[in-house]
Ligand binder design. Structure first.
Ligand SMILES: [Zn+2]
Ligand SMILES: [Zn+2]
Length: 948
């Protein structure tokens, strides 16, 4: 079996061991009287499969709680599932073949919702498999679901708290809606779906009522809104020009004349002041009858020019076409100037009864979003109302779920008045520690600064409902618990989903008529933002438990959650508790394919996580991710090659160290914290430095900085400590081996949060005293002070290694093999204490090291090879041949041999016979010819090895 599979096999055995022995539970139980370290888990949807975007935060959510547990805290880790909202609804729509909201209403909300309930946990098994396999410890048996009655009841309580504080209101505003999902979206949902698209922009000609052939030019990127035009807006401070071209005259911003009239025959006929045009009337663009749309409205101001301060000269003409039904500025101006309102588009994104063949047409169909705009433009062209139309690329919002282009649309929605409490939210946010720190004032701070009121109502079906009942007489009542509703309605309530509670009526306290629930459901971020309360059914149960665990000490999620989960947790906690919801937060970046593109199942441009687990094990992936910028909000280009490097340089190297220890563990003596050997003292000091560095960074929640030094330590351990200790361990060194074992066990504790499998293996095989390393305490460490002695020791060893490194380079330069002993090494600019000198001598194979004063570190070698040195070199070379042959024959350290050898180098061997016998584990050496030919430093001969 090759090494790779051995690691994977071992991990699987350890997984089974944890499960069988309930190690996770034991690690919690033994701390259940300890201080609480509070961790909240952000709930994922179980309707998609887990991917790297979940694995990175899962890793962070494993490392910190494991560490805090080892530090002596009780860290509950409870899994949650996000069950509601558009992702689930969209799956069910596809499953049931429903194309629109009307289709859903036709099959019935009950059937629709019950189907949603059925598919929500679709991939639960796959999630469990992946999360367990990656070694994350989290309680998935005792999970919470946002669709549970208890959870939903707490949501009502949160809502009612906001309601009672006057933070919930209903308003008619310009919003973004998804015409396919037929619902409003929140600011953060809208922000998530911006994409660059090519649209058609048009400059339309608005002819002045009393000046025929004089046109005001106005620009728009949404030609479909032109039928809703009721006014034009000009800027008071903008200079306009009157331009003559042919028999027509145009009014537009002076600054834009050159650009827009390019290629046309024209002359500037004069300047125009916006003020002079204010109140002037123009002719409608479309020849249609608008009387139905304008019923009962003030039409006095229809098709009039107004002044407005939001008009600029950038991009357009310096004149803005105003359609109050489709834009915030437009709507505000409409209110200010008492303009009529033409809502010619339905909530489903289709034209209402318009002229021509436009009625019923989708204004921005998904997949062919410019189709309708093109039709509008050509219709206007036929009427000679188009000055210019061209393609225009801009960033446009799309539905984050179904990718339909959103519409800016005036409609009624319910809001949380975030702006009312913004100052307090900003103040609270100062308490939060972010990793990386820049998110605090950057992405999060900026978002919070620019926060608007939160649109929480959705005109959908599968979600927590708005617990508000309203009467015809406009009386309203919000309910904060099941009991309250039961009492008011006289009905038994066992489910709070829409299809159930919509049927519940409540008598109006004012007029006695039936109050009905307002039909909207809640934004599902309202639910995930309420998880601190709802996961424990607060305040109906677990009051004390909640108080102990609020706010969270730690949470972790991706950078995309800055404007979502992090933000909503913060808003709700600020509003109802006047507090932060979390104190420390680790933010991960996005994992991309190696080529920097999005990971795509279709393009197969990345290895699936399961594939990585299968080939290199979970620890290799964990360490790779933990040491990457991915745990500090940076994008990561996932590289399998780099996982392989970790596998080799961290996992396999540690296994080799462990194997070496196992060979000699029986010879271990008593452990002493004050060992004599310089290498022992050094590895101990080195480990203490590693530990204090890791502790420092873990206390700061900085996973990457805590993880990185581990690899260096393993390298030091293997390529210096073991390399230089091999001979003494072979010869028997009870104190050294005991220390070796001690360092391994302590090391296993330090890596336990990062590489829980490797840690378990090392701990168990190096003789850990507990059932599992994960039941251990974090090793004692002095974080801030390092003794002068150990600092000197580490520094001097560093110099020693530098001298060795230079010496080896010099040998290579001179073409002298390391096996050939040399008389002396001369070191200028540095000196070592006596106990370090043998390390240099052995490693560089020199008889003497000579130090002298000087500026910088320089070294040179005495390269004169005397007869005596040459003979020693021959002997060393012969030893290498013999040991190579021993390996070839599969001999182990318990097999003794007899040697037969003859040739031109025999004299050299005679001189060093004792040494040869010892190092090759031979009983005797006879100078007779053997079967194998060899050449030693140019001298020919033969030899044989016979098992004794
Ligand atoms: Zn949509
Ligand atoms: Zn009433």
């Amino acid at each position: 079996m090759d090494n790779k599979n051995e690691v994977v096999k071992k991990e699987e055995e350890i997984l089974a061991f944890w499960k069988e022995k309930n190690i996770f539970k034991k690690s919690l139980d033994q701390r259940n009287q300890s201080p609480v370290f509070s961790f909240y888990d952000g709930p994922p949807f179980a309707t998609g499969l887990p991917h790297y975007g979940h694995i990175v935060p899962s890793l962070m959510k494993d490392i910190i709680p494991r560490y805090q547990t080892m530090k002596g805290n009780y860290v509950e880790r409870r899994w949650g599932w996000d069950c509601h909202g558009l992702p689930v609804e969209n799956i069910v729509e596809n499953e049931l073949g429903l194309k629109s909201k009307k289709d859903i209403e036709e099959v019935g909300i009950e059937k629709f919702n019950e189907t949603c309930r059925g598919v929500v946990m679709k991939f639960q098994k796959e999630w469990r498999a992946t999360i367990e396999r990656m070694g994350r410890w989290v309680d998935m048996d005792n999970d919470y679901k946002t669709m549970d009655l208890e959870y939903m009841e707490s949501i009502w309580w949160v809502f009612k708290e906001l309601w009672d504080k006057g933070l919930i209101y209903e308003s008619y505003k310009s919003m973004h809606i998804c015409p396919r999902c037929e619902t409003t979206l929140s600011q953060s949902e809208v922000a998530e779906g911006y994409k660059d698209i090519r649209d058609i922009s048009v400059i339309a000609k608005f002819e002045l009522q009393d000046e025929p052939k004089t046109y005001v030019l106005a620009w728009t990127t949404t030609p479909w809104t032109l039928p809703g035009n009721v006014a034009l807006a000009m800027g008071e401070d903008i200079e306009y020009a009157l331009v003559r071209s042919g028999d027509e005259k145009y009014i537009l911003a002076k600054e834009n004349v050159e650009r827009l009239m390019e290629g046309k025959n024209y002359e500037i006929a004069g300047s125009v002041l916006a003020k002079d045009l204010e109140g002037k009337k123009y002719k409608p663009l479309f020849p249609w009858d608008y009387s139905e749309f304008l019923k009962n409205q003030n039409t006095e101001n229809l098709y009039t020019i107004h002044l407005a301060n939001f008009v600029t000269v950038e991009d357009g003409t310096g004149v803005v076409h105003i359609a109050p039904a489709f834009g915030e500025d437009d709507m505000n101006l409409g209110k200010e100037k008492n303009l009529p309102f033409i809502q010619h588009v339905g909530y489903d994104g289709r034209f209402r009864a318009l002229g021509g063949d436009f009625s019923g047409m989708e204004v921005k169909p998904r997949g062919s979003h410019t189709k309708t705009d093109e039709k509008i433009v050509s219709f206007l062209e036929e009427l000679d109302r188009v000055f210019l139309s061209e393609e225009y690329t801009h960033s446009y919002p799309h539905c984050w779920r179904c990718e339909t282009p959103l519409l800016n649309y005036a409609t009624t929605s319910w809001f949380v008045a975030v702006t009312k409490i913004k100052n307090e939210l900003l103040k609270n946010a100062e308490e939060i520690r972010w990793i990386p720190a820049h998110v605090k004032t950057g992405r999060f701070g900026n978002w919070l600064e620019g926060a608007r009121d939160w649109a929480i109502s959705r005109q959908r079906f599968w979600g927590s409902v708005m617990p508000v009942w309203r009467c015809e007489c406009s009386e309203m009542r919000a309910f904060g618990s099941v009991k309250e509703l039961e009492k008011a309605s006289g009905e038994k309530i066992s489910d709070l989903h829409k299809h159930v509670v919509d049927a519940v009526v409540v008598p109006c306290g004012k007029c006695g008529k039936d109050m009905k629930r307002i039909p909207d459901v809640l934004d599902c971020w309202f639910e995930s933002g309420s998880m601190p309360y709802a996961q424990v059914h607060y305040p109906f149960e677990n009051k004390e438990k909640f108080e102990k665990s609020f706010p969270a000490d730690f949470i972790a999620e991706g950078v995309d959650q800055t404007r979502a989960w992090f933000y909503y947790l913060h808003v709700i906690a600020g509003a109802i508790k006047g507090s932060v919801a979390f104190q420390n937060v680790d933010v991960n970046g996005i994992v991309l394919a190696e080529d920097g593109k999005k990971m795509s199942k279709r393009l197969k441009n990345y290895p699936a996580p399961e594939e990585i687990f299968e080939k290199y094990g979970a620890d290799a992936m964990r360490y790779y991710l933990a040491t990457s910028g991915a745990v500090r909000a940076e994008d990561l280009h996932f590289s399998e090659k780099e996982v392989i490097e970790v596998f080799r340089n961290v996992i396999m190297l540690t296994n080799n160290i462990l194997r070496f220890y196992k060979t000699y563990e029986d010879t271990a003596g008593e452990f002493t914290a004050q060992p004599k050997n310089i290498l022992d003292r050094w590895i101990l000091a080195n480990f203490k430095t590693l530990l204090s560095e890791m502790t420092l960074h873990l206390d700061d929640y900085d996973i990457m900085r805590a993880a990185r030094p581990i690899e260096k330590f393993i390298q030091d351990f293997s390529t210096w400590y073991l390399r230089r200790s091999r001979a003494r361990f072979k010869d028997g060194d009870p104190e050294g081996i005991a220390l070796f074992g001690h360092v391994l066990r302590e090391f296993s504790k330090a890596i336990a949060p990062f590489m829980p499998f490797l840690a378990e293996r090392v701990y168990n095989e190096a003789g850990g005293s507990q059932e599992s390393v994960h039941l251990e305490d974090w090793p004692e460490t002095e974080v801030h002070s390092q003794s002068r002695e150990s600092r000197d020791l580490l520094e001097e060893m560093e110099t020693t290694r530098k001298i060795v490194e230079f010496g080896l380079a010099k040998r290579a330069e001179e073409g002298i093999k390391v096996r050939q002993p040399l008389r002396a090494l001369y070191v200028t600019g540095s000196a070592l204490r006596d106990e370090f000198i043998p390390l240099v001598k052995d490693e560089l194979n020199v008889k003497e090291v000579d130090f002298s004063k000087g500026e910088e570190l320089r070294i040179s070698l005495d390269t004169n090879i005397t007869k005596e040195l040459e003979m020693e070199g021959d002997a060393r070379e012969f030893i290498r041949y013999v040991n190579q042959e021993r390996r070839k024959q599969g001999l182990t350290i318990s097999d003794r041999v007899k040697l037969y050898v003859n040739g031109d180098f025999v004299e050299s061997l005679r001189q060093h016979e004792k040494d040869i016998l010892k190092t090759t584990l031979a009983d005797s050496m006879e100078y007779k010819s053997g079967d194998e030919k060899i050449v030693i430093n140019g001298k020919k001969g033969t030899f044989s090895i016979i098992r004794a």
